[in-house]
Design a protein around this ligand. Structure first.
Ligand SMILES: Cc1cc2nc3c(=O)[nH]c(=O)nc-3n(C[C@H](O)[C@H](O)[C@H](O)COP(=O)(O)OP(=O)(O)OC[C@H]3O[C@@H](n4cnc5c(N)ncnc54)[C@H](O)[C@@H]3O)c2cc1C
Length: 156
């Protein structure tokens, strides 16, 4: 699926005149442009950076059950079978109440919501208040690439 998505993205971008370079990276940025690691200089004043995210490799060293490289937790952010251990944010595979069967994406907004809840649920485990499951009203954002040719790309 990932390869299919990559191929489609590459095809759409190329059909719009975007030149795609692989097997190289940005080695240096200057006020006049960028130098690729293969030595070529590309004059530009605008840089748009797209990136992926991944959980901290520390997760795999902990020996806890993991899902997609993130620590498996229940809806209370508690690690099942390990008393008094909670996880949240990028390192945690938190069930997403808005998308049944999926885990919450790695984003700052989810991490903030989960951080507050983790603190409250830790306090509840010590007898202060009652624990709550993860709920949010965060809407995912998408980048829409499949528009009528000639229209600019847009983020929704
Ligand atoms: C370039 C970039 C842009 C992004 N832009 C957005 C955006 O626009 N909107 C959005 O919602 N999200 C964005 N994100 C994602 C967002 O930053 C993360 O989802 C969010 O920071 C996760 O928060 P966290 O607290 O779980 O982890 P982090 O913010 O990664 O915090 C983890 C902390 O733990 C520390 N740490 C790691 N290992 C150890 C250790 N062994 N001992 C002690 N401390 C340790 C780290 O130094 C770090 O300070 C972006 C991410 C990147 C990389």
């Amino acid at each position: 699926m990932r390869h299919r998505l990559s191929r489609t993205t590459a095809r759409v971008l190329r059909s719009r005149g975007v030149e795609i370079r692989t097997q190289t990276s940005i080695g240096q940025l200057t006020s006049r442009g960028l130098r690729l690691t293969d030595g070529e200089f590309v004059p530009t004043r605008t840089i748009v950076w797209s990136f992926g995210v991944r959980p901290d490799p520390l997760v795999t060293d902990l020996g806890l059950a993991a899902e997609q490289g993130r620590i498996r937790v229940d809806e209370y952010l508690a690690v099942p079978g390990v008393p008094n251990v909670y996880a949240c944010g990028d390192v945690a595979a938190v069930p997403d109440p808005a998308r049944r069967g999926k885990i919450a994406p790695m984003s700052g907004r989810h991490a903030l919501c989960q951080g507050g809840l983790a603190g409250a649920n830790v306090a509840a485990s010590l007898g202060y208040g009652s624990r709550r499951p993860y709920r949010h009203r965060i809407q995912d954002s998408v980048a829409d690439l499949i528009r009528t040719p000639g229209q600019p790309l847009r983020a929704a």
